[in-house]
Design a protein around this ligand. Structure first.
Ligand SMILES: O=C(O)c1ccccc1NCC(=O)[C@H](O)[C@H](O)COP(=O)(O)O
Length: 236
């Protein structure tokens, strides 16, 4: 992938695992760039199509709505994308490059989940024409959302060559250190801003965004923004 100089807030912020419209609207008002909706029945954050549609309806257009899937097929993903008004899909299992290509052709932005210490690992990235790569560790009972911190600096080199979405155990207290260590294009947080699984705590979200904003805005970064506003095709 060829790095393109561009201007945007660095890093972008995705708050994942929303289940309620009022909490999603609050995340947006506080400055989140994207929210995540988990379509995985084993997760305590799993949402129905109806729930997800209501959450997306509460968002301003500038906020990306990302569906999180684990080994789902094209038809299932597209039914959620179209039924709920999602702009992006985050693939958190053993999905193939062909599935990513198919979604991209449909105008769906794709974030591929990779694991620093599991499969698929970082070496799989070059096979995927994804808009971003979420990197976290593989510890914990679920494929994501496990509140597991790791040595985030181990992803720094990866982030020089790929649009890195840093995730795993981030909190308002440690996010500045994590950003300094990994220099990601975006960060993703779920457990660290929750009151209970699936319920976001507005005070924690506010403190997280304050901490990210304090790190500063970088005028130029190596990649285009990972999270794009809803309502347009995602071509690049
Ligand atoms: O959050 C979940 O429940 C989940 C379940 C299955 C696959 C992925 C899932 N979440 C993906 C995310 O993007 C999380 O925000 C990411 O793993 C970080 O989670 P956390 O360490 O809790 O901040």
């Amino acid at each position: 992938m060829t790095p393109t100089p561009t201007r945007f807030r660095f890093p972008q912020v995705k708050i994942c695992g929303l289940t309620r419209p009022d909490e999603a609207a609050r995340c947006a008002a506080l400055g989140a760039d994207a929210i995540g909706l988990v379509f995985f029945p084993k997760s305590p954050r799993n949402v129905s199509v109806e729930q997800a549609r209501a959450v997306v309806a509460a968002l301003p257009d500038r906020v990306a709505a990302v569906g999180v899937f684990v080994d789902a097929d094209f038809g299932f993903i597209m039914s959620r994308v179209e039924g709920c008004g999602l702009s992006m899909a985050q693939l958190h299992g053993r999905e193939t490059p062909a599935l990513v290509d198919r979604l991209t052709i449909e105008g769906v932005g794709v974030i591929k989940g990779l694991f620093i210490d599991g499969q698929p690992g970082l070496d799989a990235a070059d096979g995927f024409a994804a808009h971003g790569f979420l990197v976290e560790c593989a510890k914990g009972p679920l494929p994501g959302g496990n509140a597991m911190a790791w040595d985030w600096g181990a992803a720094r080199d990866f982030g020089q060559h790929h649009p890195l979405v840093l995730a795993g155990g981030l909190t308002p207290e440690n996010v500045a250190a994590a950003i300094a260590a990994a220099r990601p294009a975006a960060i993703d947080v779920s457990s660290g801003v929750e009151a209970t699984p699936g319920r976001k705590d507005a005070d924690k979200v506010a403190r997280l965004l304050q901490a990210v904003n304090k790190v500063g805005y970088q005028a130029s970064a190596s990649f285009p923004p990972v999270f794009r506003p809803r309502g347009g095709r995602c071509d690049g």
